[in-house]
Design a protein around this ligand. Sequence first.
Ligand code: PMP
Length: 445
Amino acid sequence: SYQQVEQMKGVYMPPSITNAYKKPVLLTQGHMQWLYDNDGKRYLDLFGGIVTVSVGHCHPKVNAALKDQLDVLWHTTNLYRHPKIYEYVEQLAAKLPGDLNVVYLVNSGSEANELATLLAKAYTGNLDIISLQTSYHGYTSSLMGLTATQSYRMAIPVPPGFYHAVHPDPFRGAFGGCRDSISQAPGSCSCTGECISTDKYVHQLNELLGNSVPAGRVAAFFAESIQGAGGVVQFPKGYLKKAQELIKKNGGLYVADEVQTGFGRTGDHFWGFETHGVKPDIVTMAKGIGNGFPLAAVVTTKEIAANHAKAAYFNTFGGNPMASTVGKAVLEVIEEEGLQQNSKVVGEYFIRQLMDLQKQHPVIGDVRGQGLMIGVELVEPGTKTPLTTSKVNDIHENIKDNGVLIARGGRFNNVFRIKPPMCITKQDYQSKVLQCEPTKEPIVD
Ligand code: PMP
């Protein structure tokens, strides 16, 4: 029962694993965009297990592929050849532009970003890494430096060699904010307040390169194409291109962390970086790549991979036949079911509906996003002051009680993040989200 599980959590699970809700849900089944609890109550899943369930819970085609492979072969390691692995890497590489076609298969986003830091250091001969404030790139002892979000970093100093540039946040940026800057060139917006200055952010990155990172020592610049855990923060148009030019000039590589933004989620393109007109040197991917199966990858060029080959590389599980089978089925489903296009159409619809909701509810300070990667930032009405945590908690709990699971994030944990399985439909919004009623009973701790 739910009570037994709660008791066991207290005994066997680390206290750092927190509950999403005051009254947690015990989820026992899933089908496509729906989850079911142990009482049989149905929830619309707008979280997708942290942006991971890309094509749907227990998708029939992915399940069938996995079941077929189950009785054939589970594991070999990448020291042997197995056709499933090679069929998969060929298909995956074809999704990336230009000479990005060497694929390292690993097991998690953290592992992928660890490997990317190593590849960049080996290739450039430099040791310093730059990421952006409020970024999340993983949870390992060295990624405590790459991940800039304070709340995940514990009370330990940033490991040496990691530096954080100011993220140009169009809603609450240090150097002005402007929604239009996401889609329009600087200066052509209609904003009345102080407009965002992309140049100031680029200047700050340049200063960082000149001061904190001694010139010529930067190995890589990491960026999520839209910040995920940071609260669905998009870039002003042009920033990433300028940042890449600057990093390149200083001898570093540009790593696109596509762990959340890849596989069609942003709707317009298969990869988030394509929106910014940049071609990274290294792309890291996880989560949606396996629809919930442990699989991740780093894709780079032959030249960068060749440098890394001065030492042997090996990992036990990366892309074993089971994981490769799932990865291949996921790619095929995205293509066959037009899920990238669905992300675009349904995402735009959700954003429009949420903007209408914003007009009626001044507690919604900002609605933003691209495709099915949407953020709704809650504020004290009429201000940009983040809504207090207890009020956000109550609304979050209320939404869950009404049968919708939604994520939280952002610097002040006041951003609702909508990142559902990409099979979600417009009707789901109509049937579920708009029918949320305030919880009748007070929420008890
Ligand atoms: N990069 C990004 C952008 C992420 O959101 C995450 C996970 N939230 C990671 C990397 C790390 O992935 P994992 O949890 O699979 O290690």
